[in-house]
Design a protein around this ligand. Structure first.
Ligand code: ATP
Ligand code: MG
Length: 754
């Protein structure tokens, strides 16, 4: 009797459920036919997009009573497989699945999983069991499986249920609307456009300093610091805000009406009379462009002063059309004369006072400075990885007419930000590693804009050298340089964008099983961007960090903040410490000064070799990272002031090292790095490997190098062994080898972009 009652209840349940599923099938057809439109709007083709959605694994629930079998009998697995295959092979099913948002890739994935689910299950869901049994007995059609298949597919791929929402969240077609406070004002936009050294920033700052309140947004900490100092010197109290630093003009730390900040730190909630956004052409930067777009569209200021290249005017005007704001253009001419010399330098022996040799690799920096010092001349050295104090000290030494140091060797870190008394810029090479929009590194001839920016450093207005000169080291580069400098900078056509934390959080709500890196990928692929004005900045660095800490349990917001940290991913020690910070944070354990000292091996000794120096630079970056976190997670990174003092001390140690660069280089060839300054976690093997790599690169990049083989060696495209093989082949069969070398040459990009 009890069994009969149970069976009747199950039959009623089954019929209710069958009606519900029929209803589901109809509504799904309706709603998915609209969402499929969105797929076609995706950035990449559907297959690529689909592969980004990672399937959630579905296991059959174990039920001790097999109701389906009680109702209709046990299913024969071989017959079951036949029914499933028949269902999946029906052309109308493929069509319907497509309409329901499953492209071929997703269909295939879902079918494999569904088939396994049905065959492996001891007990199938009762509704599915009965339907399959009906089909086997000729009382149903294979198409009846569709609702169950779709139910399975949606559990596997939750995005199928929320594509509309995801598309809405990542609709980036009207960025001006993201900043209602700025849109509520009628801002006046003034563009200061012109070549380098033409007074653009000077004039914008004049207005900044006379305004009641103002914000200066610059591309580098050094530039923000320069404005902070200048403004305070001129009697306009100004604060400094960078990712790692807050300095107040007022000793009691009351905020001033004026702020100089790095562009990423621009406050969009504080109203100002004047905002200056410097180096606005950086809006097209593949990694950081979004920060300029955000400042331009979002600054709450009556006047926005944009300083930058002439090539950015058109884009800025178009962007301001979309915000409905008036634009005034002020054009400037270069204040001093800049002349291209007729001859290349040829030899480092020909270096003269006021010369700056610009290199695009640290190895070139080392070898060039060593060669110049060997000829009895003192050099100052500036490259990106040096701490600000060291850079400023080196710049001051070179700028001081009374100092015996008259020559500067620098990377393009001098392209923006430092005031240098350079008479002549000498390009040691014209090839530079660049990161493309996909985040990949490639070697390419520098752009017109870069060439003009760097060359423009010669003959700075107001210095002892008001007539500037420019040339190359190699005579074969001179013509290319001439051609680069004769052009106007490439017009800037698009402004960068980046997903916000809010958007990614909403995505995570819809796709709770996806990793942060995966969410970013899906976002970038699904987002709709107004291609005529904007592009999505590359998110490779963000994803790199997200993958590194994926296994560390963190709340999504904190994870997002961690991934925004400004880290040079090429520095293994910095990455290791980043991971340790994340682990400490996830355990809710304070990252104290003592903890930090233990982990970086503080106190550190003066560098004895270049490897030591490189390591100290990495430690400096770790301290920077700590300070960066100290403004975001104050409760756990609470020793900011102590770390800042430690960083100043380290800056001084690095300065000592840089002053003795030649000695360090000499030691690098004879002495093994002092273990005391190596990271506690870094084994001797990696230290030695770095040393060997360095020495090998030194040998393969002699002074005056720059031939194709040397460049390929430097880029890692050719190993010394491969070079030896090529040489052998060259000797044994000159004709074949010649064609191989020609092939190698052809694989390179043309000398410069038109
Ligand atoms: N009218 C002026 N009076 C005095 N000094 C000036 C004047 N115009 C510019 N300068 C000085 O000339 C130098 C170059 O000016 P500024 O930095 O404004 O150039 P810029 O066009 O912004 O160059 P870059 O593109 O390199 O940023 C600065 O030291 C600046 O203080
Ligand atoms: Mg400027």
């Amino acid at each position: 009797m009890i069994t009969m009652l149970k069976t009747t209840a199950r039959i009623n349940y089954f019929y209710r459920y069958k009606n519900f599923l029929q209803h589901l099938l109809i509504t799904e057809r309706l709603c998915f036919s609209t969402s499929s439109v969105y797929y076609s709007r995706g950035k990449k083709d559907d297959v690529t997009l689909s592969t980004l959605f990672k399937p959630v694994s579905i296991t059959p629930t174990s039920d001790d009573i097999n109701v389906g079998a009680e109702l209709t009998g046990i299913l024969n697995k071989a017959d079951l497989l036949k029914v499933l295959n028949k269902f999946y092979q029906l052309p109308e099913i493929k069509l319907l699945l497509n309409e329901n948002g499953l492209d071929n890739y997703l269909q295939h994935q879902a079918y494999i999983s569904f088939r396994r689910f049905c065959l492996d299950a001891q007990t199938l869901p009762v509704d599915l069991h009965v339907v399959i049994s009906d089909i086997m007995q000729g009382a149903g059609h294979p198409t009846d499986i569709l609702p169950y298949f779709l139910r399975h597919a949606k559990q596997m791929f939750p995005h199928l249920d929320c594509m509309d929402d995801l598309k809405k969240i990542s609709d980036l077609r009207t960025p001006p609307n993201w900043y209602p406070e700025a849109r509520a004002l009628n801002r006046k936009i003034i563009i200061h456009a012109g070549p380098t050294n033409s007074g653009k920033t000077y004039h914008a700052l004049e207005r900044f300093m006379t305004a009641k309140s103002g914000v200066y947004c610059g591309p580098l900490k050094l530039l923000a610091t320069e404005v902070f100092n200048k403004s305070n010197r001129n009697g306009t109290p100004c604060d400094l805000v960078t990712g790692e630093e807050r300095s107040y003009a007022d000793p009691s730390k009351n905020p001033s009406a004026h702020v100089a900040c790095t562009v990423e730190m621009t406050s969009l909630s504080t109203p100002y009379e004047v905002a200056v956004i410097d180096e606005i052409q950086m809006i097209r930067d593949p990694s950081r462009g979004w920060a300029w777009t955000r400042a331009l569209l979002g600054c709450v200021a009556d006047e926005i002063h944009l300083c930058g290249e002439v090539g950015s005017i058109d884009l800025l005007q178009q962007l301001c059309l979309t915000t409905g704001e008036d634009v005034e253009i002020r054009k400037y001419k270069r204040l001093t004369d800049l002349q291209i010399e007729d001859t290349a330098l040829g030899s480092l022996e020909n270096v003269q006072p006021g010369d700056c040799i610009v290199c695009f690799s640290k190895n070139d920096i080392y070898s060039v400075s060593r060669a110049i010092e060997a000829s009895g001349k003192e050099v100052a050295v500036i490259y990106g990885g040096l701490p600000p104090g060291t850079k400023l000290a080196q710049a001051a030494k070179f700028n001081d007419p009374d100092n015996s140091c008259k020559v500067l060797v620098a990377t393009d870190a001098i392209g923006m930000g430092l005031n240098l008394s350079i008479r002549r810029v000498i390009f040691y090479s014209l090839i530079k590693p660049v990161v493309n929009e996909k985040g990949e590194k490639e070697m390419d001839t520098i752009s017109v804009s870069q060439a003009l920016q760097i060359a423009g450093r010669a003959g700075r207005y107001g210095t002892q050298w008001e007539q500037g000169f420019v040339t190359t080291f190699k005579s074969e580069d001179l013509q290319t340089l001439g051609s680069l400098l004769s052009q106007t900078p490439e017009p800037i056509v698009k402004a960068g964008l980046h997903p916000t934390a809010d958007q990614i959080e909403l995505y995570a709500y819809h796709l709770p099983n996806a990793t942060l890196s995966n969410l970013m990928d899906i976002f970038v692929n699904l987002c709709t961007v107004d291609d005529s004005l904007y592009f999505m900045c590359n998110i490779e660095d963000f994803k790199f960090l997200a993958d590194m800490i994926q296994h560390v349990p963190l709340p999504l917001r904190a994870r997002y903040v961690f991934c925004c940290a400004p880290i040079n991913k090429k520095m293994p020690f910095v990455c290791t410490m980043f991971l340790k910070f994340a682990r400490q944070y996830s355990r809710n354990e304070a990252i104290t000064f003592d903890w930090l000292c233990r982990n970086i091996g503080w106190p550190l000794q003066s560098p004895r070799t270049i490897i030591d120096l490189v390591h100290l630079e990495a430690v400096f970056d770790v301290l920077d990272l700590y300070l960066w976190f100290s403004y975001r997670f104050m409760d756990l990174f609470r020793d900011g002031p102590l770390v800042r003092d430690m960083q100043k001390e380290l800056d001084a140690i690095i300065q000592q090292g840089v002053v003795q660069l030649t000695r360090l280089l000499r030691n690098s060839e004879t002495v093994v790095s002092s273990g005391a300054s190596a990271a506690p976690d870094e084994d001797q093997f990696s230290i030695n490997r770095r040393k060997q790599n360095y020495l090998r690169e030194q040998k393969s990049a002699p002074i005056g190098g720059g031939r194709l083989t040397e460049r390929l060696l430097a880029q890692g495209l050719l190993t010394p062994n491969m070079l030896q093989e090529l040489k052998k082949e060259w000797i044994s069969n000159p004709n074949d080898s010649q064609s191989e070398m020609t092939m190698l040459r052809r694989k390179r990009k043309p000398p410069y972009k038109k």
